[in-house]
Design a protein around this ligand. Structure first.
Ligand code: FMN
Length: 192
């Protein structure tokens, strides 16, 4: 049904995430990354607050991110095993490009926090769409690093929260489709 590769419907029907650990070079150039983030920022937000931030982590800061994650993890879990800290290192270093998406709500606004957080999620999703439209695959992860205040403080400040780590690159293996929800479960017609 969606065979025209230039159709936005084909884009929507074929986009799927790549596992960040399976994403390889080439990744987006710095210019492409900035263009992606600009596209992602075209997101609905009540009150024009733009209640989100995108922080690009350049190649030469990946070591610093790995060191930060390991130190923060050990501070919270001093008994951690080597495999756990290795996983933090790998998390920081996977995939050619990384953008940290933050929810950045304005607490002085009358717009409810929930609406601002929804907008942050939508902006992060838009980043996945922009990456796919530019010929890359992307994967959205949270995990322990997204819920560490120490990690959050390296990218922003409370009440900001990490919405996700968006890893971007080229799939190193064919992307697997995953089961999609049944219409019958997620769609209904209100009968009043
Ligand atoms: C907010 C959020 C956080 C996620 N965090 C993780 C994670 O930490 N680890 C993981 O394996 N998948 C995580 N996922 C799921 C992956 O992004 C998953 O690959 C995705 O749901 C695949 O769907 P898609 O193919 O439609 O993009 C997360 C998804 C969302 C929306």
């Amino acid at each position: 049904m969606f065979n025209d590769p230039t159709s936005p419907l084909t884009h929507l029907a074929t986009r799927r995430s790549g596992k960040p650990r399976d994403l390889v070079a080439p990744g987006p150039s710095p210019e492409q990354l900035v263009a992606m983030v600009r596209l992602a920022a075209r997101t609905p937000d009540h009150g024009k607050l733009a209640p989100w931030l995108f922080v690009i982590v350049p190649d030469d800061r990946r070591d610093a991110l790995a060191a930060l994650l390991v130190a923060a993890y050990l501070a919270e879990r001093p008994e951690a095993k080597r495999a756990e800290t290795d996983a933090m290192e790998q998390f920081a270093r996977q995939a050619p490009a990384l953008v940290v998406a933050l929810s950045s709500p304005r607490t002085d606004s009358h717009i409810p926090l929930w609406e601002q957080e929804l907008s942050a999620g939508a902006a992060t999703m838009n980043l996945l769409h922009a990456a796919h439209a530019m010929g890359f695959a992307a994967g959205w992860l949270t995990g322990w690093p997204a819920f560490s205040d120490t990690v959050r403080d390296a990218f922003g400040a409370a009440p900001e929260r990490i919405a996700g780590f968006v890893f971007i690159g080229t799939p190193g293996r064919a992307l697997e489709e995953r089961p999609r929800p049944d219409d019958a479960r997620v769609v209904s017609v209100w009968e009043g």
